[in-house]
Design a protein. Sequence first.
Length: 89
Amino acid sequence: MDAARKARTAEFAVTARAVWAASHDGGDLQEFLKENGCDGVDAVMVTMQVVGCGLGEAQSLFFSAPCRSAELAFHNAVMDGLERPQGNA
């Protein structure tokens, strides 16, 4: 991870800790991150820092948040495509 990305996620983590402390609700945390332009891998990394959890739990919190339904749909579509047998070209 480059220095700029590391600094950006650390900054989000500092501000997001108050959101997490207020409710301990993954949906609230993801809504805050989304509203502030923190998406994708960065949002998962911030979630790991704020919640103090591993990758699996952070991904679960990310994908289960109502505001991340588009990301979940995209993820599921990609996984379905990878799991489908591919013909030989």
